[in-house]
Design a protein around this ligand. Structure first.
Ligand code: DSN
Length: 429
């Protein structure tokens, strides 16, 4: 190892410490995941240092011969996997994909219908997020808090009355499929453009375990590619555009709208992830949903306020737990973190504060990727009970969490199964 400066050593050691920390922790944040060794190889390639502006075959820089071949193959893979006519692999994150759609398909002063933030919407669709900053007005669908889903009759009425330019679906607390089929008549009648933010559930859609938004009336679907979809930090736009004008507007929204180059190493890793999902996605997605239902049931049986109990808790990777009576979302999330269980506090319907919300949001996609099944969901629920209900000593729960996690440090459902998920690559000798 060459002589590294104090700063270089500091950064390197902290990153290694982070890897070890996750190796010893139970990751339950619904928007995160680990990636396969083949994707990591792409992230380390020379694609990292290059630029490719514009569309494949029409770049503004030279040197993109192989980049174009990879991206063309990736778009084919994406169109096939999601059954659509258009795929754009250039957005560098889910929020950037959302911004591109906003730039492409809306003008300041237009109106968008979206779920409300407290009902689980993503920040980029809020008044003070990208939608508001584009100058687009928002109206919120009525929400059925028992079913944890959009109220169908109320939404039909709202779309018919207000005729929003765009009707946006998809959330960050996404428990059940959005009622696209049920709303389809109102969509057609009003000519609204239907936009589905599938960031959270992209892997479930790819694995045919949630809904197929682009066959159920959505014109365009945006997503990040690193939540249930176990790819690199990146974004994607998938669409069945209404016409050529819409397709052009989407492309322009991405470039020159909101990106310059599109992080080519991530794009290559995304291509591998698309192929991996074609091969392993169905088994993976199916186990994710089994696990989230099992975790919800097991927590509920132990006395936790898991939402939507009368409706099977969830059909996705996510479950929501009301922990107001146990000290609230922040204090429970902090206690769990001390015991090496990583979750996030989350607003639940009716909450006004995002800093002190009443809920926890849990996701099973990453622990599933590490090979956990229904039996392990009951082990996890018992850690929650010991810590938050029985108030057992944090140190002793933490020690048991670390012991438990030793069996789940290797990747499943990808090329290179059993490769260590948190491996730190040493390049300098
Ligand atoms: N922050 C992510 C989430 O946790 O849902 C979305 O960008």
């Amino acid at each position: 190892m060459p002589n590294l400066s104090r700063n270089a050593n500091f950064v390197r050691e902290k990153v290694m410490a982070h890897n070890r920390y996750f190796e010893e922790s139970i990751p339950l944040i619904a928007s995160e995941n680990v990636i396969s060794p083949l994707q990591r190889e792409m992230l380390n390639s020379d694609f990292n240092g290059r630029y490719a502006e514009g569309w494949v075959g029409h770049r503004y820089y030279q040197g993109n011969r192989f980049v174009d071949e990879v991206e063309t193959r990736g778009m084919e893979l994406a169109r096939r996997l999601f059954g659509c006519s258009f795929a754009d692999l250039r957005p560098i994150s889910g929020t950037v994909a959302n911004m591109a759609v906003l730039f492409g398909l809306t003008n300041p002063g237009d109106t968008i219908a979206t779920p409300a933030l407290a009902d689980g919407a993503h920040i980029s669709t809020a008044k003070f997020g990208a939608v508001g900053m584009r100058g687009v007005n928002t109206i919120n669908y009525p929400f059925d808090t028992e079913r944890m889903n959009i109220d169908i009759d109320g939404a039909i009425k709202m779309i018919r009355e207000k005729k929003p330019k765009v009707s946006l679906f998809g959330m960050s607390l996404f428990l059940f499929p959005a009622p696209l089929k049920e709303l389809s008549e109102a969509f057609i009648e009003t000519g609204t453009t239907v936009w589905y933010d599938g960031a959270h559930v992209l892997g479930l859609i790819a694995g045919k375990k949630f809904q197929a938004p682009l066959s159920e009336g959505a014109h365009v679907m945006t997503a990040s590619t690193h939540k249930t979809f176990p790819g690199p930090n990146h974004g994607i736009i998938l669409a069945n555009p209404r016409d050529e004008e819409m397709e052009k507007a989407l492309k322009r929204g991405v470039f020159p709208g909101v990106t310059s180059s599109h992080h080519l190493h991530e794009m290559a890793a995304l291509c591998i992830a698309l192929d991996e999902m074609q091969k392993f996605g169905r088994r993976y997605a199916s186990q994710i949903v089994k696990n989230s239902k099992a975790l919800a049931q097991s927590l509920y049986d132990r006395g936790f306020g898991v939402l939507a109990a009368d409706y099977g808790f969830t059909e996705s990777h996510t479950l929501a737990v009301n922990v107001q009576n146990l000290g609230g979302g922040s204090s429970c999330a902090e206690a769990l973190e001390k015991a090496n269980i990583v979750v996030n506090k989350n607003m639940l319907p009716g909450d006004e504060s995002s800093v002190h919300p009443s809920g926890l949001r849990l996701g099973t996609q990453e622990v599933t990727h590490l090979g956990m099944k229904e039996g392990e969901m009951s082990d996890i629920a018992s850690f929650f009970e010991r810590l938050l209900i029985r108030k057992e000593n944090i140190g002793s729960v933490r020690a048991d969490v670390i012991r438990f996690k030793r069996r789940f440090r290797k990747l499943k459902y990808c090329y290179g199964e059993n490769y260590p998920a948190y491996k730190f690559e040493h390049f300098l000798r």
